[in-house]
Design a protein around this ligand. Structure first.
Ligand code: DX5
Ligand code: ZN
Length: 235
């Protein structure tokens, strides 16, 4: 991963891609200007949907030149950290709600050689991570209940983002937003302090590997809206 910065980064979620064509889909979104690739792992237990595991991440890895951002919606999480690190994840994000020993989980992620992310479900308060801030590289604020793409953004998460931005101070911690990000909602979270915007349906809608320019147009629309909001706030 390149040096830490707070510029806006667009991370398309391949949950909305063609599952029979992940390699080409990753190459297409990168060619169309995305910054990271967001990979949603679901176990049908922590969340009510199943996607795939470390073998699929390893298969995707050679097709991702940017950052492979792996979001684990699984419980338990600790027994699988090593496997996702070996699969080539740059960032591994575990949920606060996924187990009783978050501090241990975060230490295990860094020990495996990945950046450590922590995700908060909508009902989980910002304060739940107050005492682990020095162990994390990324906070993923869920702005939908995890499990499915295409849900509506939960507006009540905007003050949570603002609170987290205050809490992290000058620590090099990314704030990532996951769920319902569109050109309409991106400005709200960018102004509140987020820098990584995950978007599934809003990036992949209308496009395909044979019509990838649509991905580029969609990525640019989200990025432009977010940057405009940050500029307006700074002015
Ligand atoms: C939700 C996943 C998200 C999801 C976002 O459980 O973690 O990454 O794919 O999809 P959209 O952008 O469609 O809400
Ligand atoms: Zn996700």
């Amino acid at each position: 991963m390149s040096k830490f910065d707070r510029s806006i980064k667009i991370a398309p979620s391949i949950l909305s891609a063609d599952f029979a064509n992940f390699g080409k889909e990753c190459e297409a979104i990168e060619a169309q200007g995305c910054d990271w690739v967001h990979v949603d792992v679901m176990d049908g237990h922590f969340v009510p949907n199943i996607t795939f595991g470390p073998q699929t991440c390893a298969a995707i890895r050679p097709h991702v030149k940017t950052v492979m951002d792996v979001h684990l919606m699984i419980a338990p999480v600790d027994p699988y950290i090593e496997a996702f690190a070996k699969a080539g994840a740059d960032v591994i994000t575990a949920h606060v709600e996924a187990g009783p020993h978050l501090d241990r989980t975060l230490q295990a992620i860094r020990a495996a050689g990945a950046k450590a992310g922590v995700a908060l479900n909508p009902a989980t308060p910002a304060e739940s991570i107050e005492y682990v801030l020095d162990r994390i590289d990324l906070i993923c604020v869920m702005t939908v209940n995890p499990g499915f793409g295409g849900q509506s953004f939960i507006q009540a998460m905007v003050p949570k983002v603002r609170r987290l931005r205050e809490m992290i101070g000058d620590r090099p911690i990314h704030i990532e937003i996951d769920g319902g990000v569109t050109p309409e909602t991106a400005p709200l979270v960018a102004a509140a302090g987020a820098d990584v915007l995950v978007a599934g349906s809003a990036v992949f809608k209308g496009g395909s590997v044979s019509n990838p320019q649509v991905y580029g147009t969609n990525i640019k629309a989200i990025r432009d809206a977010a940057i405009a909001a940050m500029r307006a706030k700074a002015a």
